[in-house]
Design a protein around this ligand. Sequence first.
Ligand SMILES: Nc1ncnc2c1ncn2[C@@H]1O[C@H](COP(=O)(O)OP(=O)(O)OP(=O)(O)O)[C@@H](O)[C@H]1O
Ligand SMILES: [Mg+2]
Length: 302
Amino acid sequence: MRWRGTWLLNHGREIHERFQQCYEAARCPALRFDGVDFWVDPGEPIVQDISFEVWPRKTLIILGASGAGKSTILRLALGLIRPTRGSVWVGDFEISRMKERDLIELRQHMGLVFQEGALFDSLTLEENVVFPLVERLRLPFRQAQEKAREVLRWVGLDGHEHKLPAELSGGMRRRAGIARALVTEPSIMLYDEPTAGLDPITARTIIDLIVKLRDVRGVTSVVVTHQMNDAFRIAETQWVRSNGAWALVERTPDETVGDVQFMLLNVGRIVFYGSALDMRVSAHPYVQAFLGGRVVEEAVRR
Ligand SMILES: Nc1ncnc2c1ncn2[C@@H]1O[C@H](COP(=O)(O)OP(=O)(O)OP(=O)(O)O)[C@@H](O)[C@H]1O
Ligand SMILES: [Mg+2]
């Protein structure tokens, strides 16, 4: 069925071109939720009335206690699950109505860093990163290997290519997860709790890498976390180019307005959506509780 193969290729190319044109010119949000509900059992909404938009090269930080619905939002963003009500858009594609075949094409522009790293245990670090290139993009092995090595260098894992995941530390595994998501050069990166379980110093290296990807490569970032320190560090640091070299600098909360949005969830609903500055001064009791670190595991019921 040669003609069908050609049609699929052309069709895939059309999707990529349409996404890229809209994204590069920042003519549409990279990701948009419009009144999204997701229910599994009637009477038990998992997320409700979720609306937000993230523009190209900007950052959304999703905060919330365990079970608030953060990972569910990432799954909806990737089209792995479909909303019960409302719509989800990636670029100018309404993914909540897209055929799975088209979604597979569009997902190439999105990279997900899983909550637990999710590497293949029996593959080396390099093989883990080569995998999406060969499996999904059908790149020849040599070319994939070269690309994988470049990305491993970028995340600071050169010299460890031949180790198995079990031989890596938690922070290295997390960086490996980022390398694997990054290797296909997605425009949008989704990070699910990228620093969970890491010591503060290792967590900081991961955060700085996320910020570097955003500022140096222009990646749109959606970061799920319940670590307030990490959230504010993502918002209030920036890689800038000075004298031909990149340097990490701090910026004040008001300098981040328009660049970084914070969204706080409580039991599936948005209780706060705004800038870091608004978040820091919000009088909302749940925001106050969250900032004070009093809400960690237990979701406060409305
Ligand atoms: N497919 C599903 N079927 C049934 N319940 C689900 C489903 N997906 C999520 N849930 C429930 O929805 C709630 C939100 O889950 P989710 O994984 O989005 O939370 P989270 O905010 O990511 O939590 P954590 O910080 O612990 O990762 C949980 O109570 C979970 O058990
Ligand atoms: Mg989660």
